[in-house]
Ligand binder design. Structure first.
Ligand code: KIV
Length: 276
């Protein structure tokens, strides 16, 4: 069996995933698989696995840069990472997070900053956090031909207002209003983060655009996970919604430890790894 045969059916199609194809998946009742990636190597791996979209998330502030929130991430840093990702990707839709304070100030600033992302990387679209409060901005951006994904529920960029992260968002009316407002303003999709599964199911049933859940249960139109978390690269982070598909942190530490031992005892490089 060659590698291509092991991929899910739709991943065998070489046709790039565009925004309209991504949106059409909901009508076609085809679940969307999304993962984050932040560099060339991992983007290539994730694309080869057949994901529908790669999110260059501002979670890179935490899992790549080591900050405790996403707030310090800059637009230039997002562009730097998005460029690496788009260089590797052959098929997946690449979505780039707009970092804190690059779209909240005004719709004009949002258009200018999203414009930089689309012009300086080969990404097709951006994601911003918000619903009702960002409807005007989403409307202005889509009118400027910038496809926008919205993000409601837990919004990590609101960490200072929330006083912390990780709390399930249960305000039903507010979440419904946010989701409706994002769709009405022209968002092509919407991330639902950390909300009860029944509410995510209700929002998904009502909206025409795909919902992509993280900690929002199985009834969303698609799912997204942070790559470093689902690969078990982030040590000790285990919220209930996170399934770890590998334990790469432990494996990497073990490999590096073995290398250190072999170098110190003189068993690496051996004959097999030396040139005559
Ligand atoms: O930045 C990110 O990785 C995200 C996901 C958690 C959805 O927004």
């Amino acid at each position: 069996m060659d590698d291509n045969q092991k991929l899910p059916a739709d991943a065998k199609s070489a046709a790039p995933v565009t925004v309209p194809r991504f949106v059409a998946a909901k009508r076609q009742k085809r679940r969307l698989a999304v993962l984050t990636a932040y560099d060339y190597t991992w983007a290539g791996i994730v694309d080869a696995a057949g994901v529908d979209a790669i999110l260059v998330g501002d979670t890179l502030g935490m899992v790549v840069q080591g900050h405790d929130t996403t707030l310090p991430v800059t637009l230039d840093e997002m562009i730097y990472h998005a460029e690496m990702v788009t260089r590797a990707v052959k098929r997946a839709l690449v979505i780039v997070d707009m970092p804190f304070m690059t779209y909240q100030v005004s719709p004009e600033t949002a258009i200018a900053n999203a414009g930089r992302i689309l012009k300086e990387t080969r990404a097709a679209c951006v994601k911003i956090e918000g619903g009702v409060n960002q409807a005007e901005t989403i409307r202005a951006m889509t009118a400027a031909d910038i496809p926008v994904m919205a993000h409601v529920g837990l919004k990590p960029q609101s960490v200072r207002m929330l006083g912390g992260m990780g709390k399930i968002q249960r305000d039903e009316q507010r979440l419904l209003d946010d989701a409706r407002a994002a769709q009405d303003a022209g968002a092509f999709g919407i991330v639902l983060e950390l909300i009860p599964r029944q509410l995510a199911a209700a929002i998904t049933a009502e909206l025409e655009i795909p919902t992509i859940g993280i900690g929002a249960g199985p009834d969303c139109d698609g799912q997204v996970l942070v790559l470093n978390d689902m690969l078990g690269l982030t040590d000790g982070f285990q919220p209930k919604f996170l399934k770890r598909y590998a334990e790469l942190h432990g494996e990497a530490v073990q490999a590096a430890t073995q290398y250190v031992t072999e170098v110190r005892e003189g068993s690496f490089p051996d004959d097999a790894h030396s040139h005559d």
